[in-house]
Design a protein around this ligand. Structure first.
Ligand SMILES: [Zn+2]
Length: 379
C-alpha cells in the first residue's frame, strides 16, 4: 500500500490515479490555487443558460437540486435559488423509516420550512432492507443499493418531469479522487453514471433480488439515450465556490437551523459531527472502506484540510490513527437488526471483505491493522 506524498490517500482507493507519487485531488488543488472564483461563477452561469436553452422546461421549475437532508443540502438549495436566481425543485431520496434518523427527518422538515417545494422519494422498506443485506454480502458495501437509489432518483424524476438541469453539490472526482467520473470540466456531472458504486457489479444482481421487476426501477440509473433525448445536464456547484468544504458547509447549515451530532466522534468516527446526519449505516460503510482500502473517513476529512493548508501531514496522521475505522457496536447492532442478522454473522460477512495484506482477521470479531498510517506498507 502506497500513500500520496502530499496527503494520506492510498493507492488502494478505487479509480485512484497517481502522478509522480501525488494523487489527482492534490494535483488539482495545486493547479487551481490562483483561479478566480467569481470568474468560475460566470462560467457556471453561462453553462446553465446554454443548458436551459436546449430544452424548454414544461413546468414551473428551472432545475432540480438533489439533496439528502444532510449539511450540504441547505447550502445547495439556498445558493441555487438566491445566487443563481433559479426556481429549484428539491428532490430528496429519503431512507425507509427504520433507516432514517430523527435528525435527518428534522433537517428535511427544516429545509421544507425555508420555502422550497420538495419531492421526497422513498423505496419500499422491505426491498430496501433486503438489498442492503445483499449489498453487504455481495460487495462488502452496506450502502451500495442506498447510493444507487440516491443517485438514480434525481435524474429519473428529472426525465419524468421534463426538467433538464440538475445540480449536485460536490464533484466526487475532485473531492475524493475518483478519476472515472471526471467530466469535460470541473462542473460537468454527466459522468456521474461512472461512479464506482453505480457501475461495480452491474445491475443484474439487484434485478434478481427484487420480488417484482418494477421494484428495481427505483435503483436504476437512467441510460445515456434517455439523458440525450431529454437533454439532461448535471452540474456540480462545489467548484464555483471558493469556500466549498465539509467544514464551511457545516457552519453554514448550523446557522440555518440544521441539527448536528456534537461529541459523537468516537461513536461514528465522524470528526465534523455533521456528515451522515440523515442515517447511521453509512458509518459502517466508512469502517468497511477502511478495512478494504486502508483509509476511512478521517483520511478524507484531513486530506481536504491538508490541501487547504490548514493541517500538516504529520498532524493529520495522528488524527487518522485515532478515528479511521471507528464505528460503534450500537450502530452495527442497529444495522444487523434492520437486515435480520446476528452480530457474529455481521463480522463473518465483513471479514470476507477485509484486506488481509494490511489487517489481521479474527473470527466473528473486528480486524486489527498491521500498517502505520502515512508510511508505505508491504506485507
Ligand atoms: Zn494526495
Amino acid at each position: 500500500m502506497k500513500y500520496c506524498k502530499k496527503c494520506l490517500t492510498t493507492d488502494l482507493r478505487p479509480n485512484a490515479s497517481f502522478k509522480a507519487g501525488v494523487c489527482i485531488a492534490c494535483s488539482y488543488t495545486n493547479s487551481v490555487q490562483d483561479d478566480n472564483s467569481s470568474l468560475k461563477l460566470n462560467i457556471l452561469q453561462r453553462k446553465i443558460q446554454q443548458s436551459r436553452k436546449k430544452q424548454r422546461n414544461k413546468g414551473a421549475y428551472d432545475c432540480i437540486v438533489g439533496v439528502s437532508g444532510g449539511k450540504d443540502s441547505t447550502r445547495q438549495a439556498h445558493w441555487v435559488r438566491d445566487r443563481l436566481g433559479l426556481r429549484p425543485l428539491i428532490v430528496c431520496c429519503a431512507y425507509p423509516p427504520k433507516q432514517m434518523s430523527e435528525i435527518g427527518a428534522k433537517n428535511l422538515t427544516n429545509l421544507m420550512e425555508m420555502g422550497f417545494d420538495v419531492v421526497v422519494a422513498t423505496p419500499a422498506p422491505q426491498t430496501a432492507a433486503h438489498l442492503a443485506l445483499e449489498s453487504f454480502k455481495q460487495f462488502g458495501n452496506v450502502c451500495k443499493s442506498t447510493e444507487m437509489s440516491l443517485f438514480s432518483t434525481v435524474p429519473r424524476l428529472a426525465i419524468e418531469l421534463g426538467v433538464n438541469t440538475i445540480f449536485w453539490g460536490e464533484n466526487p472526482a475532485l473531492q475524493v479522487g475518483d478519476a472515472a467520473v471526471e467530466g469535460f470540466d470541473e462542473f460537468d456531472g454527466n459522468n456521474l453514471r461512472r461512479l464506482n458504486t453505480l457501475t461495480a457489479g452491474g445491475t443484474d444482481w439487484l434485478k434478481e433480488e427484487v420480488k417484482s421487476a418494477y421494484l428495481a426501477e427505483h435503483y436504476l440509473y437512467p441510460n445515456e439515450i434517455e439523458f440525450e433525448k431529454k437533454k439532461i445536464n448535471i452540474f456540480y456547484l462545489g467548484p464555483a465556490w471558493d469556500d466549498w468544504s465539509n467544514d464551511d458547509n457545516s457552519v453554514y447549515a448550523s446557522l440555518q437551523g440544521l441539527t448536528l451530532r456534537p461529541g459523537e466522534e468516537l461513536e461514528t468516527g465522524d470528526l465534523s459531527n455533521a456528515s451522515m446526519l440523515d442515517e447511521e449505516f453509512t458509518n459502517i460503510n466508512m469502517m468497511l472502506k477502511y478495512y478494504k482500502f486502508g483509509f476511512g473517513r478521517a483520511t478524507d476529512s484531513v486530506n481536504e484540510q491538508i490541501r487547504a493548508g490548514k493541517l500538516s501531514r504529520a498532524e493529520a496522521i495522528k488524527i487518522v490513527e485515532t478515528y479511521d475505522g471507528v464505528c460503534s457496536d450500537r450502530i452495527i447492532n442497529s444495522y444487523a437488526n434492520y437486515v435480520g442478522i446476528t452480530i457474529n454473522e455481521f463480522w463473518n460477512i465483513a471479514n470476507h471483505w477485509v484486506n488481509s495484506e494490511i489487517f489481521d482477521i479474527h473470527d466473528g470479531k473486528r480486524p486489527t491493522k498491521k500498517f502505520k498510517v502515512g508510511i508505505n506498507y508491504e506485507s
